[in-house]
Design a protein around this ligand. Structure first.
Ligand code: HAM
Length: 428
């Protein structure tokens, strides 16, 4: 009987772990230097936490289970409701603004396809306790900082900025009642993903007239905020929302991240809880799915029983990012496994070789040796296969002169050094 891995779940062989760790290390490094501190939540939550708060789409993608006590649980499909729950639980003790990041492993029962799995690691970066445009800008700056950190230039990846509250203001400006906004947002979010007729049909079903569909589409297609506002006609709310988004974009410009950011009012976001500035990052050719997505969610803490508190942030998965880095040649070509391979030239020198292995390891050098007592030639072949940069040969010169041989495996060059100086020589 043969077993395969569960559909949509990944095996991480050592070469895959190199990529996963490269990404996670960059996420952590960039978060810390942007002033965020790390937290983690549990893998299982009560299903109710996700039910109303995240929207139908994500709830339909949940892996859920009932425990022996009959409680309905879910494997987290995202971290934001957990973050809101954790912050609510300590709301009076936490100094604000709360700048937290996390790298949870999350699961979604989606149809696996290129860039989408049923499990992934998701970097979450959030600021809670601030309504300031600077809080949104800091999150977006951190996202751009990560792209740069991994060697992705603005010509390769971009953050596309928009605003939910601007889009709802636009819907009002074209005469759509507020009560219909919630149903229309997921449709506008799908506009780029479905054929034009299907999009118009969905809008019509929600009661939008042809003229309204044309106006809202023209608004979304605008290249600048001025143009977008002009296409709607005069509206104070639209003007105020444009000003808020312009403020975020202005800060990003002044912080030098403007090259990574672009206006795109097609971005609406699928999750239900967003209330203000929203954004998604993509590869610049848009040949892949979204690299990251986020925005402001000012009502989520309150919906989960906490105070009304401004909140903003984003999530970035490891899968699409890994694909883009591979496509762009930004990943290391091989997994280096060790630094040194220690060889005993004769079995009588095995104990001395063990002593060398132990000392090199204590000195922090990644060291391997053969499990079989073999001749020098076979051990040298094993050393080459191990990926080590050098072989340390413990031979008769140890007993004769207190020396060992260092052989550089790439060139075959070798030199003798005093046994006592070995660590210092290797570190040099
Ligand atoms: P999201 O747009 O659902 O937002 O996910 C954010 C990112 O997670 C996506 O852009 C993508 O990189 C990755 N992702 C999502 N689903 C999958 C999947 N099935 N396979 C691989 N990668 C995936 C959220 O989850 C929000 N909670 C983010 C957030 C944090 N908003 C505010 N704070």
């Amino acid at each position: 009987m043969e077993f395969s891995s569960v559909k949509g779940f990944r095996d991480f062989y050592p070469e895959d772990m190199v990529v996963r760790n490269l990404i996670a290390d960059a996420w952590r490094r960039v978060s810390l230097r942007n002033g965020f501190v790390e937290y983690e939540g549990p893998m299982l939550e009560y299903l109710d936490l996700f039910r109303v708060k995240s929207g139908d789409e994500i709830v339909s993608q949940l892996f859920s289970l009932t425990d022996r006590g009959g409680r309905e649980l879910a494997i987290r499909p995202e971290q934001t409701p957990t973050l809101a729950r954790m912050v609510n639980a300590r709301i009076n003790a936490l100094p604000r603004p709360i700048k937290w990041f996390s790298i949870p492993w999350v699961c979604r029962a989606e149809n696996p396809q290129r860039g989408r799995g049923r499990e992934f690691f998701q970097w979450n970066v959030d600021v809670i306790g601030s309504d300031a445009a600077l809080a949104d800008a800091e999150c977006i700056f951190t996202l751009a900082d990560l792209l740069a950190e991994l060697g992705l230039a603005p010509s390769e990846a971009q953050v596309f900025l928009s605003s939910r509250s601007l889009i709802t203001a636009a819907l009002s400006a074209v005469g759509v009642e507020t009560s219909r906004h919630a149903a229309l947002l997921p449709i506008l979010d799908k506009r780029d993903k479905v054929p034009a007729e299907a999009f118009e049909e969905m809008c019509a079903k929600e009661g939008l007239a042809a003229g309204q569909i044309a106006s809202i589409s023209a608004f979304q297609d605008a290249a600048t905020l001025e143009e977008a506002a002009a296409r709607l006609g005069p509206s104070d709310t639209v003007a105020a929302e444009c000003a808020k988004l312009a403020e975020v974009m202005g800060i990003l410009d002044r912080m030098g991240a403007g090259d990574y950011c672009r206006l795109d009012l097609h971005v609406v976001r699928g999750l239900a809880y967003y209330t203000g500035v929203v954004y998604e990052a993509f590869d610049t050719d848009r040949s892949l799915r979204a690299l990251a997505g986020g925005g402001r969610y000012d009502n989520l803490l309150e919906t989960l029983g906490g105070p009304t508190l401004g909140a903003t942030g984003f999530g970035m998965g490891d899968i699409v990012l890994g694909i883009l880095l591979a496509e762009r040649g930004k990943l290391p070509s091989t997994a280096e496994s060790c630094d040194c391979y220690v060889i005993d030239a004769a079995e009588s020198l095995f104990d001395a070789a063990l002593g060398v292995v132990a000392e090199l390891r204590r000195a922090g050098l990644r060291t391997n040796l053969s499990y079989k007592r073999q001749n020098l030639g076979k051990q040298l072949k094993a050393a080459a296969r191990s990926g080590a940069a050098v072989a340390v040969i413990v031979g008769e010169e140890l007993t004769e002169a207190g020396e060992v041989t260092i052989k550089t495996l790439a060139t075959g060059d070798q030199r003798r050094v005093r046994r006592a100086d070995l660590v210092a020589e290797l570190k040099r």
